[in-house]
Ligand binder design. Structure first.
Ligand code: GLU
Length: 449
């Protein structure tokens, strides 16, 4: 059961709604955190006195800018760029850039807000921020992507830096886009400043395991939740939504841990392969050919493609939503539980609606919220920053091992904090409170700034 909003906290939430009209995803993300913080104020009245919740809900800085560029056909295009620098108590602002037509201030703020707590949970020195654009990369030529990224960085460069704000990828932004942006930053500033962006290529400052990190980390987190229940991935049927970077490496790690992923998806529909998803084929289609996931079923007899289908109707024991926000609603959650699902690990940010979260919690299944379960991506970005700072690069095994230890620590932190605050087994409570306390303590020490 999710706790009711504390009476001291409710007015803070109401003021967030009033001050940020129309930003429904941001309201949802704030609500999810604030409804769990009541017991914290009882133990820490100083947090209320110094208005820590109010301060954390207000971004330190919000930047919105015009991104003009000329497309392949010589036509002028105008997009909107965003960077919300939310909180720098624990380190430079850190968080990805999302390029997707749905992007507006409310989405960037929800992501930036979640990022504060997620980054705190990693235990590494990174603050929270997020950015992006309503630019739609789908179907664009490499030239279009490059010109857009160059124009985007032409403004963003003045706001970022290795000690200030360190962007990375998110939906629609991968190695190719980071490369174009790094090149532009380098040209404008005349600085080869590796630490300004993460997710870089391996031969120019990138870190091994960064590409795999979000997916691997999410699978490690679920593995830990299963261990608590004296269980494992071994022999489990799993469903992973999405087919981008997070989904692909979630599938790879689940297979390594002995589970079988039978379905994945894109915004058009899902593929079901009773023999288990052939990851090499997915990678060929999505990463190399940049085609739709429906192509999988054309290549594999054992698979079917369901156009417009709902992937959550497939019976599974472990579900890992790894596509986008609000992709599991209350009905989907009920269907998953009814079909025997025992664990959820969120690779995407806020993929479950509040109704869905309630269904999972009421059913008592292991539910790992995104800000804990998908923290492996940004944690490995922080490891990339460490390597950049000492001008070194670590091998795969060492880096993956560090990621695994970080995910185990996050899991333990969330688990123990939930218990300490009277909600055993509730990882939402554990993640929110553990993250909030880390940030609040730092802010308290630094005074009212
Ligand atoms: N976009 C990722 C996230 O949601 C990674 C951010 C980063 O590496 O800075 O956490």
């Amino acid at each position: 059961m999710s706790p009711a909003m504390d009476e001291k906290i409710d007015p803070i939430y109401q003021s967030v709604i009033a001050r940020n009209p129309g930003e429904k995803e941001f309201h949802q993300a704030v609500h999810e955190v604030l409804e769990t913080l009541g017991p914290v104020l009882v133990k820490h009245p100083e947090f209320a006195h110094y208005k820590l919740i109010e301060r954390i809900c207000e971004p330190e800085r919000q930047i919105i800018f015009r991104v003009p560029w000329v497309d392949t056909h010589g036509k002028v295009q105008i997009n909107r760029g965003f960077r919300v620098e939310f909180n720098s108590a624990l380190g430079p602002y850190k968080g990805g850039l999302r390029f997707h037509p749905s992007v507006y201030l409310g989405i960037v703020k929800f992501l930036g807000f979640e990022q504060i707590f997620k980054n705190a949970l990693t235990g590494l020195p990174i603050g929270g921020g997020k950015g992006g654009s309503d630019f739609d990369p789908k179907g664009k030529t490499d030239g279009d992507i490059m010109r857009f990224c160059q124009s985007f960085m032409m403004e963003l460069y003045r706001h970022i830096g290795e000690h200030t704000d360190v962007p990375a990828g998110d939906i629609g932004v991968g190695g190719r886009e980071i490369g174009f942006m790094f090149g532009t930053y380098k040209r404008i500033t005349n600085r080869w400043e590796a630490g300004v962006l993460t997710g870089k290529g391996l031969n120019w400052g990138g870190s091994l395991v960064r590409t795999e990190a979000t997916g691997y980390g999410a699978a490690f987190f679920v593995d830990e939740m299963l261990k608590v229940r004296k269980d494992s991935f071994d022999g489990k049927t799993c469903v992973v939504s999405g087919s981008g970077n997070v989904a692909i490496y979630t599938i790879e790690k689940i297979h390594q841990l002995g589970g079988k992923v039978v379905a994945c998806s894109d915004s058009g529909g899902y593929i079901y392969d009773k023999n288990g998803i052939d990851l090499e084929l997915v990678q060929q289609i999505k990463e190399i050919e940049r085609r739709r996931i429906s192509a999988y079923a054309e290549e594999r007899k054992s698979a079917k493609y369901v156009d417009g289908g709902n992937i959550w109707e497939i019976p599974c024991q472990v579900a890992m939503p790894s596509a986008t926000q609000n992709e599991i609603n209350g009905k989907d959650a009920a269907m998953l539980v009814k079909n025997g699902c025992i664990a959820i690990g969120e690779g995407a940010n806020m993929p479950t609606t509040p109704e869905g979260v309630k269904v999972f919690q009421d059913a008592g299944i292991a539910y790992g919220p995104g800000k804990a379960a998908n923290a492996g991506g940004v944690a490995t970005s922080a490891l990339e920053m460490q390597q950049n700072a000492i001008r070194d690069s670590w091998d795969f095994e060492y880096t993956e091992n560090r990621l695994r230890i970080i995910m185990q620590n996050i899991h333990r932190d969330c688990y123990e904090t939930a218990e300490e605050y009277g909600s055993p087994g509730n990882y939402v409570v554990g993640a929110n409170i553990a993250g909030f306390i880390k940030v609040s303590r730092a802010m308290l020490a630094m005074g009212v700034v």
